[in-house]
Design a protein. Structure first.
Length: 338
């Protein structure tokens, strides 16, 4: 009777196969040919090393890939078992995001394209609500090969994310500290905001006052508020923080700083009604860049991480299964509004 070891060894004749590919495809072939069936135990790592002469890391990496594809499962202290007879099972990724807005859409579109058609993605939205976040994590844990998650700044977040296996978890967008090593591709708010505002300081100080719109308890990163306060103090800028923009309240001599796109559209509408020119009569600064801001109002000055690049890099981390810890740079994009 042909054994699993023989199905792996016969692929030595395929010159293009690495030992890793030989191992993975050999296991798949053994399942396809009913040498081993769903629920049956697979050889241990030590047995495979002895029979095949492969390095321990090669065998472990092969099993990790088969687990991520839902073909094999690892049972604590019992070993490895065939989890699925469907060897065409694709890698399943759980993507947990805040919500879909224009810049998150940039991330998703590039993430989806880079992963390619053979990776299955289920998308979930937590809307910055810790109860929803906890419910969704409990619902998805143990069911996916990779978990790509944008975390919530909350005391419970660390505990909830620690429940996920670190080798299957990638944090993206916002960064939250966790214990131990974990993968992340995120942006940074506090230092970058201060740096950008300092770069714009000479232009900002040409105006009478800078107004920042922020709703307490909103999803706005608190680091941006801290940097705004520090900047206006350090550079002696006359400034206020208001909860929201009141339609019709635009005034000449003000710089308006907002993280909310709808407020930009209201300000521009009022500028047109009062014949005020952005960049000359008033200033506008926005966080997170997108295509429409290149065009509307003659161009809105923004500072932003590249969400398209973030989507590509996170997808590559999913596919390569390599350690990654990266902060996407935040850049200033100056246009006519400031």
């Amino acid at each position: 009777m042909i054994t699993i070891f023989e199905k792996i060894q016969e692929l030595e004749e395929v010159p293009s196969f690495s030992k890793h590919e030989q191992f993975v495809q050999g296991i798949i072939n053994a399942i396809d040919e009913r040498i081993i069936s769903k629920g049956e135990a697979l050889p241990s790592i030590n047995v495979l090393i002895k029979e095949l002469g492969f390095a321990r890391e090669t065998v472990m990496k092969g099993y990790r890939e088969l687990i991520s594809r839902g073909i094999v499962e690892s049972k604590n202290r019992l070993g490895y078992f065939v989890a699925n007879d469907d060897t065409e099972q694709t890698l399943k990724v759980a993507l947990l995001m805040y919500l879909i807005d224009s810049f998150q859409e940039q991330f998703y579109r590039n993430f989806r394209n880079e992963l390619g058609p053979n990776v299955h993605i289920d998308v979930f939205f937590h809307h910055g609500n810790i109860t929803m976040f906890e419910t969704m994590l409990n619902m998805i844990k143990g069911k996916y090969g990779v978990y790509v998650i944008s975390p919530i700044p909350h005391p419970k977040t660390k505990h909830l994310l620690d429940m996920l296996p670190s080798n299957k978890f990638i944090m993206f967008d916002r960064y939250e500290p966790l214990k131990g090593e974990f993968n992340y591709i995120t942006q940074e708010f506090e230092q970058s905001t201060y740096r950008i505002l300092a770069e714009l300081a000479d232009t900002i100080k040409k105006f009478d006052e800078m107004i920042f719109f922020h709703v307490p308890g909103s999803l706005d990163p608190v680091e941006i508020i801290k940097s705004f306060k520090k900047f206006t103090k350090d550079f002696k800028v006359n400034a206020r923080i208001l909860n929201e923009y009141e339609p019709g309240s635009v005034e000449k001599g003000k710089v308006y700083f907002t993280l909310n796109n709808s407020e930009i559209w209201k300000i521009l509408k009022d500028c047109e009604a009062k014949q005020l020119q952005p960049g000359k009569d008033i200033g506008i600064l926005s966080h997170n860049d997108e295509v429409v801001k290149e065009i509307i109002g003659g161009g809105i000055t923004t500072y932003s991480a590249d969400f398209s690049l973030m989507g590509i890099k996170v997808a590559q981390a999913v596919l390569k299964k390599e350690k990654v810890q990266e902060t996407i740079p935040t850049v200033l994009i100056r246009r006519k509004s400031l």
